[in-house]
Design a protein around this ligand. Sequence first.
Ligand code: NAD
Length: 418
Amino acid sequence: MLPATPSLGIADSLLVSAGRMLGLPEDLVEILRHPKRELTVSIPVKMDSGTYRVFTGYRVHHNIARGPAKGGLRFHPQVTPEEIRELAALMTWKCAVVNIPYGGAKGGVVCDPSVMSKGEIERLTRRFVSELSIILGPDRDIPAPDVNTSEQVMAWILDTYSMTVGHSMLGVVTGKPIAVGGSLGRREATSRGVFSALHEAMAEVFPGKPAGEIRVAIQGFGNVGSNLARILHEEGFRLIALSDVHGGIRSDSGIDVPAALDYSASGGSIAGMPGCEEIDNQQLLAGPCDILVPAALGGQITERNARHVQAKLVVEAANAPITVEADEILRSRGVVVIPDILANAGGVVVSYFEWVQGLASYFWTEQMVNSRLEEIMRGAYCSVRNIADTQRCDLRTAAYLLAVGRVAEATRVRGIFP
Ligand code: NAD
């Protein structure tokens, strides 16, 4: 069983301070701190050797006041109930910031898919979904991809759930392959959303400066980092540093992004690309640039390196890449930070579009998806910016004021049953 205490992470402390600033009653904040429900399951899986192994899986619904629970599923050896609970809370606030009608959820299985066969991962997924089926469903809980869970895993989730109910149920999962109801534009949605937020902030942080003179460094060259690099390159920005888990590259005159995408696709890493200076991840974070985009892991900018960050604008494409202490240091140095719950919400926005399309059995063009995403991201950025201006606070505090205010209002008007 998961320990019965609320999350005590960053999202929790931001919720508590937002509740105080909004003047919410303490008992309401206490309700919002607690996950709505948590399920721990044992997943027996027949391995290729013929023996059975039992894996442990979790699914947490943090809050469903504004709609069904929404959030990814991850397969990773370091999955913990505390992390899943924290990430479920982040999803509640993220969905509320962009005003889509979802609550927050997250799930995970403690396993190492890198040492499992495709068949073992399929059997693990199907049994996990079967164990979760008592809380899943298009009106209840809609999973999506997360760390180490691909479109293929989403297709197995769709199929398993549909077999159980006896008919195809497209709305039960998002991030599916296009062939089974996935949305056009979903793969690069997070990066497009990051770009929209970054673009909105540019006018304030770099007034009058053309894109070609703005130097960008991106940590992480996976789905989010590489698509963002491509979009920024197409929009005329100067990408001067990129990195992944193996190392980084730097070129002050600007990296040839299409060449970097080809190099990384063929060799599996950006590190060692000819014509660029080699750097490590710490040098990337602390190197000269105007915009820094952490797009890899959580906890990358800490009290140890925050004083060395030279960027004027940091855009949190990753979830929680800046620790609480580092956030305070950046704020005191006047660095503008676009917080994760706003910056990387584009993925869940297009997941929402995918769910709507599946429920309606009416599929949109990629251009419709992209323009509606941009409209939502720009609107959310403006709402957060307005709160930051009127409350004289940073964007992270403003984003939590907006999100917590919306969830609190939904809870208040619904009333607490009975
Ligand atoms: P990914 O697995 O495709 O890519 C991760 C990248 O980070 C890889 O290039 C990897 O080499 C690099 N990396 C890993 N460890 C590193 C380290 N120690 N130092 C530097 N680089 C390292 O993941 P992704 O989908 O691109 O997600 C990136 C981040 O964005 C994650 O924090 C994720 O939670 C967040 N996010 C992703 C989405 C989405 O739609 N994919 C949505 C919201 C948030």
